[in-house]
Structures are given as structure tokens and as C-alpha cells.
Write a protein that binds this ligand. Sequence first.
Ligand SMILES: *[C@@H]1O[C@H](CO)[C@@H](O)[C@H](O)[C@H]1NC(C)=O
Ligand SMILES: *[C@@H]1O[C@H](CO)[C@@H](O)[C@H](O)[C@H]1NC(C)=O
Ligand SMILES: *[C@@H]1O[C@H](CO)[C@@H](O)[C@H](O)[C@H]1NC(C)=O
Ligand SMILES: *[C@@H]1O[C@H](CO)[C@@H](O)[C@H](O)[C@H]1NC(C)=O
Length: 965
Amino acid sequence: MSPETDFFILVLVIGLISSVRSDEFSVLLNLKSALAESNTKLFDSWRSDIPVCKFTGITCDDTGSMVKEIEISNQNLSGSIPFDSICQLQSLQKLSLGFNYLHGSVTDDLNKCSRLTYLDLGNNLFSGVMPQISSLNGLLYLYLNNSGLSGTFPWGSLESMRGLVVLSVGDNPFDETPFPKQLLKLTNLTWLYMANCSIGGQIPAGIGELKELINLEISSNYITGEIPTEISKLLKLWQLELYANNLTGKLPVGLRNLTNLHFFDASTNHLQGDLSELKFLTQLKSLQLFENELTGEIPPEIGDFKQLVNLSLYRNQLTGRLPQQLGSWSDFNFIDVSENFLTGQIPPNMCKNNKMTELLILENNFTGAIPASYADCKTLSRFRVSNNMLSGVVPGGIWGLPTAEIIDIANNNLEGSITSEIENAKRLGQIYAAHNRLSGELPPQISKAASLNTIDLSHNQFSGKVPETIGELKRLDSLHLDNNNFMGQIPNSLGSCDSLSDINMAYNAFSGRIPPALGWLPTLNSLNLSSNQLTGEIPGTLSSVRLSLLDLSHNKLGGAVPESLSIEAYNGSFAGNPGLCSQKVKYFPRCSTSGDSGVIRTLITCLSIGSAVGLFFLAYLRYMKKTSGKEEETWNVKSFHVLSFMEDEIIESVKEENLIGKGGSGQVYRVSLKNGMELAVKHMRNTESGWRRKRNNILVGKEFEAEVETLSSIRHVNVVKLYCSLTSQDQGSRLLVYEYLANGSLWERLHDPIKKKLGGLDWITRYEIALGAAKGLEYLHHGCERPVIHRDVKSSNILLDEHLKPRIADFGLAKIGHTADTSSSSSCTHVVAGTHGYIAPEYGYTYKVNEKSDVYSFGVVLMELVTGKKPIEVEYGENKDIVYWVCSKLKNKESVLSLVDSSMGEAYKEESIKVLKIAIMCTSRLPTLRPSMREVVKMLEEAEPCKLLGIINVSKEKQNHVLLV
Ligand SMILES: *[C@@H]1O[C@H](CO)[C@@H](O)[C@H](O)[C@H]1NC(C)=O
Ligand SMILES: *[C@@H]1O[C@H](CO)[C@@H](O)[C@H](O)[C@H]1NC(C)=O
Ligand SMILES: *[C@@H]1O[C@H](CO)[C@@H](O)[C@H](O)[C@H]1NC(C)=O
Ligand SMILES: *[C@@H]1O[C@H](CO)[C@@H](O)[C@H](O)[C@H]1NC(C)=O
């Protein structure tokens, strides 16, 4: 060969190489510029002076020039992917883009990447529908979980991917579909994640063909029918997740053959039968079958499972004993077998390895003593054994567990006393110990348990004095010491427990004077000091407090009943104090001082809750201006809170000039009584003749009264007090009498241009409102005898008092006949609860409406607080609401921050995103994925804004975390 030819060939080769190089290079450069908005260092090496194959995240094939793999997951990338350009990479086999903030659509062009074996688009913010991808028939790994994609999923495309090993499509709001049969041909599948993506129908028997499966997750779908017995052919299964579906029948025969199973969860279904199939699953680490209808005994073999760390079987109908060696092998962590019919003793060694965090066995029939071993269980955060038949002495160390948050031993036959070790219980929030045989004195060290908010020691045999140090418990909200043998003075220091709202010290032997400082407690709501030996006068300070319960009866009090308490309504509150006198109330002897205050009016006597006298009805004829047709109505009065007012004053005040609000269900009036008290009165009528038709769900007569009675027994600082109801005798209309709140509703403060001028709400205030309202709802859901579902949570139902403290209003009214605002125009024949923009999606389906529907609506309120926007605004687009709008902005950090109400300034922007994150969880499409209000409160508490913000910069890492919702 001539040197010229050599040179020519050399040039040709170099030219070829560099032209290939430049093709690959330009594709990657194009990708880099498409992701230019990302905040990442990834692309620092993507430069012309560096070979393509040396770019960070790029791997080339054996020729050393063609891109084979793009692995750029979890790199904080945002932008939209140019699939047509990427698929020009002829050798591309792996495209890994997961855990970023990628948005935009996934286009058909993806099909050009026909050599792909690995595709990960999961955990991103894509939108639109997933295209058909039947050309990608060489795929082995396909991750599309939590991608943001929706609509109809191309299940048909999967049929051609015969080699597929991993398929992950869960956590996407796809259209509902029966179990996709196409999957059953993918016999090499080892990993199937198909949770929470709207799968319905039954699990097909063909599932048994997927013999390579190690992981099968199809939880949180709408799956019905029985678990097919063919599932027992999946001998390699390591994890089986079926929870939150609608499965029925028994655990299938043959399940026992799945001896490699480590994780099994079929909770929250309707499974029946016993657990006998489980006894051979010796490798189980976690067994969760709570909220089913399972019966029979827990197989004793479970006690020998050496790996088991987590056992959750609560809310079933299980009987028999827990195996005594349960949890003594491994790092046992968690047991919840509450609400069954279990008997026998508590297994003593579950905390042997000092890893146990929760011991929950409430509402069973356990007997015997609390094993002493738990007094050394330093990791325990929840210890709840209430409502059993436990006896013996409570091991002293239990009180001093350093990480315990709740100790609940109520309703047993336990003995012993609260020990001074309680000073170590720095995290202890709640002690529930009522109805036992505990005795001894309260140790002064209790004041060192500074997290305490609830102490319930009622119905025990405690004695001695209540230590003065109790005043150091600044978070104490509820103190129940009633029905014990306490004596001595009620400590003055109680007046410095600023959070106290509920004090019950009845039925003890307390003596001395009532500390006047109790009257200064800012949130005191209920005070029961009855049946003690208290002497002296009723402190004047108490007369300024508005209490929903005041009971000082059966003491040795003397002197004059303070003027403002001198009304017959309080008779019961002061009974059994022969030394008391009054100028006003005939019931007491007259005080010798002068100053006749004149006429005693004819009053309505409102009865205190629990009064055995029963309910009190009065009929009045009244001319009602506002009722149509000017007919005369006869009114029944029913009231529940200790309070007195003149009912004719109320009825007279229901007139135009006092009108402060109008809704579909009726009008709200502000009533100022002559005694200075202000009330809000809701006049409820159906805008049509619905009341009288009575064919609706609307409760009538006794039912209505029972419901109102329940609602008015609710007492919480964050819930508006319902004082009483007045019903016209023909049931034609009703007045509900509430406390009046000066600052109107949250809706007005956020959205009403006139009220906004009173001053915008800063983030700290909004946060406090969010937290308070959440606590109110939490109380309604979890604090009452049975859950009270609000059914119409919205910002206009969150009222603000003079300190802008929130209170939930109008709770539970949907049920008793309050149709919501939007329904006033409709002609529907059933009660539609809720307000457009706040209504959870399940109202549209066949689901039962439950607490989680309130959680959704509360999530919308949180979004209003963060963004300052209304639930429905034109800018969201037609038929779109705030939830859609917020989700559409979760593209990147700037976009998320732009959601925050700009009128709050910059300082707390990032802080408020924490609350937005909670809002997004609350508005999850599936009710089961929404947190409970209890969890919401907890999360909100963790999102407390740092009051010094502006100086402190939230770390980068934290910001990213915040965006990962
Ligand atoms: C399934 O996996 C086996 C073993 O790796 C392999 O030989 C076979 O070709 C795979 N099946 C398909 C349809 O790809
Ligand atoms: C669950 O199944 C029960 C009984 O088959 C049925 O009544 C109920 O409507 C189902 N619920 C859902 C959400 O599918
Ligand atoms: C369980 O495995 C045993 C032994 O391999 C087999 O005989 C039995 O049929 C299997 N049971 C079921 C229900 O598949
Ligand atoms: C506990 O046992 C008693 C008497 O044996 C029985 O009446 C009660 O129903 C049982 N309670 C529970 C929760 O099993």
C-alpha cells in the first residue's frame, strides 16, 4: 500500500469515529440543555473537551464509542425529556431517569428506543397518558411507579415483553381496570409492584404461573373475591402485600407452602377463618392481618418464629393466648393485637433485645401481671394495655421509661403507685390509668415529665396531697383526679398550667379554698370540684370564665354566689353547699347585704350534661318575621351546656337587622343578650319544603334531638360550642344556638377583600390556625365516644375568636339535616354533604364516606392557607380545582415555591411548603392513603415554623426532601 492510501484510510477512520462521536455528543448535549433548569452538578463533565463515554452517568458499549447506558436517576433533574432525540442513540439499552422532577409527557418516540432492556421513569412528575410501548419487547426492567402518569395504561403492550423480570407500575392514578391478564404470560417476572393503581376485579388463578415471583404487591386497590389457592404455587415469594383491598374468604389452603415468605400483609380486607395456614411460615419477619374478620387462636408455632419482629393483628375476633416465647428471639419491635378476645398473660420477653417500640394489646381479656421486664424496655414509646383484666403491681420502672409517649393501663385491676422514676419520662404525653386500684401519693417528680398533656388517674385509691410542683406542667390540658382519696389544698400552682382546659377533682377529700388562680386559666372549659370539703367563698375570678361545665356542688362553700353566676341555671353547680347565699336565686338563702337587683325574669333553665332530670321542653308561641308565610310557630327548647339565657330574647333577635350570614340551609343571626353575652343563632329551614316532606335522610323528632345532644356534648377548645336547639313544634324550622366568635371565618380572612383589610394573616398565625383546626377535627374524629364526621369541612366553617384561635363550626350537621351551601338550588332527594372544591373524590364513587373524607377537605383548607387561593379559581382551568392546580406545580422547586401566598413575604416560604406537603397527603385520591387527623396533627406539630426564620437557611437536603411528596 502506498503511504497516500494509508493516510487516506487513517483520515477516513478518524472521520468516521468523530462523526459517530459527534452524533452521540449532540444527543447528550440536547438532553443537557433540555434539563438546563436542574440544580445539579451532574452535567459539569458533559463538555466538548471530554469524551462522551467519560460523561458522568454515561456508559458506552464495547466499541468504546456508542452510549449504552444513561444512569441519571436521583440527580435533582427537572425539565422535560426529548425522547425522540434520546432514541437516536443506536445502542441504548438502559435509560434510568427515576427519582427526579421530570415533567411533561412521555411520547410515542420512546418506541424508537427498541433495544432498551431497562427503563426507569418512576418517581417523577410526568403528566398525561403512558403511550403504547409494544416495540420495547426486549425490556427486562420497567419502572413506572409514582410517575405522575394517568389515564388508561397500555397493559396490552406488556404482553410482548416476555422476558420482563421487574414490573413496577404502582402509585399512579390510572383508570380502573380488572386485573390485567396480560401479566400472566410474563413467566420470568420476579418483582411485581402494582399497588395503588386502580386494579379491580379478582386475582386470577393464573397468578400461580408466575412461579419466579419474589415480590407481589397489589395493595390499596379495589380487588374483590378470595385469595386464589394457586397463590401457593409461588414458592419463591418473599413478600406478599394485599392490604387495603376488598378480599373475602379464608387464607387459602396451601399458603403454608410459601415457606420463603418474610413479609405478609393482608390487613384491612374482609378475610375470615383462622390463622392455621400460617404456622409453617417460619421465616416471617412481619405479619400484618389487622382489620379483618379472622377468628380462632393464634397458632402457638408463631411464638417460635425466630425472625419475627412485627405482629399486627388488631381488630379481629381472635381468641386464645399469645405464645409466651413470642418475640424473644430476634429484634422484636412491634405488637398490636388490640381489639380481639385474647386471654392469658402478656408474653414477657418481647423486649429482650431492647428494640421494642410499641406494645399494644388493649381491649382483650389478658390476665396476670405486667411483666417486670418491660420496666427496662428503654425503647418503648407506646405502652397500651387498657381494658383487660390485668392485676398485680405495676412495675415502678414503667413510669420512668425514657421514650414512652403514652402509658395506658386504664380499666384493669392494677395496683401499686406512680413512682418518682417518672422524672425520667421526658417524652410522656399521656397517662391513662383510670379504673384500677392504684394508690399512694403523687410524687413531686411528676413535674419533670414536662411533656404531659393528659393525666387521668380517676377511680383509683390515690391519697395524700397533690404536689405543688404540678404547676410546672405547662402542657397539661386535661387533669382527671376524680374519685380518689386525695386531700389537702388544691394547689395554687394549677393556675399556672396555662394549657389546662379540663379539670376534674370531684369525689376526693380536698379542703381549703378554691384557688382564685383557676379563674385565670386562659382555656379552661370544664371545672368539676364537686363532692370535696372545700371551704371559703367562690372566687370572683370564676365568674368571668365561660365554662361549659362548672360543678362545685357538695362542698362546704360559703358566702354569696358571685353575681354573674347567680342564675338558676347554675343551681346544680352549687347544690349541697349550705353556707351559700344569693340575692337573686330563690333556691339559696338571701344574703344579708342589700342591693336588690330587681325582677327575677322567667328564664329558660338549661340543664347540665348528664343531669338525670332529663330533657326539658318548653313550648312558646312566637311570631317569626323571617319564616315564610308569617305563620305562627311553637318552639321546643333543648339545651345541654350549663348556660342561661332568655329564649324569647333569642327568638326576637332572629330578624333582618341581626343577620350576619346566609347559606343554603338557612340564616345566621348575631344575638346580643341583655346580660352582655353574645350568641350566634342559626335558623335552619329547607329552602324547599324538605323539612316537612320528611322523606329524606333528614332526621326528625327524637333522632334529631339525640343527634343534637351528642353534638352539644362535644367540648374542645377548637370546636365551637353548641348551646342548645329550639325546634318549632311542627318541625318546620329550627334554631341552633352557638357561641359567637368575633373574628368571623377563615374564609373571610383569607378571601374577602374587605375583611382582608383587617390585616393579612402571617405564616405563624396561619400555622397556628391550621394546627388548632386540625386538633378540633382530631377531637371530633378520635376524641368522642364514636367518631363525629364533619362532612362539610371548609374554611368558612373554621371560625376565629378574638385571638384568631380557630374553632370548627357546623360539625356533623349534614346528618341532622343541614344541607350544604351548594345544594340549595338542587332538587335532590337525599342529603348531599360538602361544598364544591372541598369534596373528596370518593363521594363520586360507591365508597362509604368516612373520616378520611373530612381529611381530604381539610387538605384543601391547608392549601388555601399556604397559597391564599380559593378552592376554585378561574386560573386553574375549567373543571379544575386547587388540588389539581397545586399538583400541576410540583415540577421543580421554583414552581413549588411560587405556590406560596406572596402576601406573606419571603421569610416563611420554605416553612409553609412543609404544610403544603401535608396538604398533598391529605388530598390523596385514595382514602386509605390519607393520614388520619391524629397523624395530621402530629405532622403539623413537626412542621412548626422556627420563629427566628429569615436568619436561618433551611438546608438544601431538607428542601429536596420537602419536594418528595
Ligand atoms: C426467562 O429467563 C430464562 C433464564 O434466565 C431465560 O433463559 C429465558 O429466555 C427467559 N424467558 C424469556 C421469555 O425471555
Ligand atoms: C366490598 O365487598 C363487599 C362485599 O362483597 C361489598 O358490599 C362492598 O361494596 C365492597 N366494597 C368496595 C369498595 O368494593
Ligand atoms: C404444598 O406442598 C406439598 C408438598 O410439596 C404438596 O403436596 C401440596 O399439594 C401443596 N399444597 C398445595 C395446596 O399446593
Ligand atoms: C372477657 O371475659 C368476660 C368473662 O369471661 C366476657 O364477658 C367478656 O366478653 C370478655 N371480653 C372480651 C373483650 O373478650
